[in-house]
Design a protein around this ligand. Structure first.
Ligand SMILES: [Zn+2]
Length: 383
């Protein structure tokens, strides 16, 4: 019987993984831009155990990796004059990339904690919405300054690096991430009750020229009114009476909505507010805001390996994102070379296009990518 516990990797497996990781970096180390101005952090068991490391060149970074064999490599979003100095106050930052971190955290039936295709697809869709709707759309960042990478485990990271972003304050970064998550959106500023005196008022709201969140709710409401589809309106929670109201006053409403007058047909104020709320739920993107505003944080180095999976934190183009499949495209090792393994626990998952359902105590020859994943997840040992 093996004496390996569920929490540690035994020396034999550790040596195997270290050799694999070192071999990957010998061939595939991609040093980040302005490497010498970044702080580095490394982890062996946990993600970051050592930080405040600084390298003058890619050669220095490679030497360190070959000597120490870290399982996690992170770098600072911030650029420093003295990246290796401690405490933090002595580093002298002069700007930072803006980073959005999306992690899969969805509750659903049949979630697979080992490797969940459903969750991976969902977080990829959210990342795509973040890039298209917010970063390129509402914020107007330029494509060439965005870079997208898989996190190596469950999520995605988007880095924005241009002159306008580098100098953003922590507060400004907070506002940007709040905007994306719709945290700070004030409904009373999207729809405003304008007092006309003598107890009369109009409800002013988004117009055909509105952009951002206002533009989103405008498009949703106008579409709903224009199509006049009863089923669709019912799904949005409208009552029979409200639906009839809309159908009878369709043309008048469209005309007024386009000009920002949302009160032309009375009695629908709550409908518009509810619609805004649902738009916020549906369109907001679940980013980890701390990653965006905390400028001293370290983030996984793109193209490095993730120690909990052995997957590459792979960089991809915007065109590649919608169909990116980490279980095929983030694999670092051989698809064909076989390794004899013994399972410590049962595991079921899909990798490199094949389904695996492995039983406890089962012994099997498995492709290297599968072996590395199982070892990183502490589910198996080498035989
Ligand atoms: Zn899942």
């Amino acid at each position: 019987m093996s004496s390996v516990t569920a929490l540690t990797i035994a020396p034999k497996e550790m040596d195997y993984l270290r050799a694999k990781f070192r071999g990957y970096y010998r061939e595939h180390l991609v040093p980040p831009r302005l490497l010498h101005e970044r702080e580095f952090g490394f982890g062996f068991e946990r993600k970051i155990e050592y930080r405040h490391k600084q390298f003058e060149s890619a050669h220095g970074l490679q030497e360190f990796i070959q000597r120490e064999s870290p399982f996690f490599i992170s770098y600072s979003a911030a650029y420093y004059r003295y990246p290796g100095a401690t405490p933090m106050g002595k580093k002298e930052p002069h700007g930072a990339e803006l980073i959005f971190d999306l992690d899969a955290g969805y509750e659903h039936e049949n979630h697979n904690p080992m490797l969940c295709t459903h969750c991976l697809n969902k977080v990829r869709e959210e990342t795509h919405a973040l890039v298209e709707d917010y970063l390129l759309g509402d914020f107007g960042f330029s494509k060439k300054n965005l870079s997208i990478n898989f996190s190596g485990q469950k999520g995605y990271h988007v880095h924005v690096d241009d002159d306008s972003v580098r100098s953003l304050s922590q507060e400004a970064r907070k506002q940007l991430s709040n905007y994306v998550t719709a945290q700070s959106l004030d409904m009373d500023r999207v729809f405003v009750k304008q007092d006309l005196g003598s107890r009369k008022y109009v409800l002013r709201g988004p117009t055909s020229a509105s952009r951002g969140w206002s533009g989103r709710v405008y498009a949703k409401a106008r579409g709903l009114v224009e199509r006049g589809n009863e089923e669709e309106m019912k799904k949005e929670g409208l009552s029979k009476k409200q639906i009839n109201f809309i159908k009878e006053n369709q043309a008048l409403m469209i005309q007024n909505i386009d000009r920002g007058n949302w009160g032309a047909v009375k009695g629908l104020e709550t409908v518009w507010r509810d619609l805004l709320q649902r738009t916020m739920q549906l369109k907001s993107v679940n980013v980890d805001e701390r990653v965006s505003y905390d400028m001293v944080r370290l983030i996984r180095m793109p193209q490095s390996l993730h120690g909990d999976t052995g997957f590459i934190a792979k960089t991809m183009s915007q065109q590649e994102l919608p169909t990116f499949d980490p279980t095929k495209e983030a694999l670092a090792f051989s698809r064909t070379a076989r390794v004899r393994m013994k399972m410590k626990e049962a595991a079921a998952f899909e990798l490199q296009g094949e389904s695996y359902a492995l039983k406890k105590e089962e012994e099997k020859e498995l492709p290297e990518n599968v072996a590395v994943l199982l070892l990183c997840k502490k589910k198996a040992i080498l035989v």
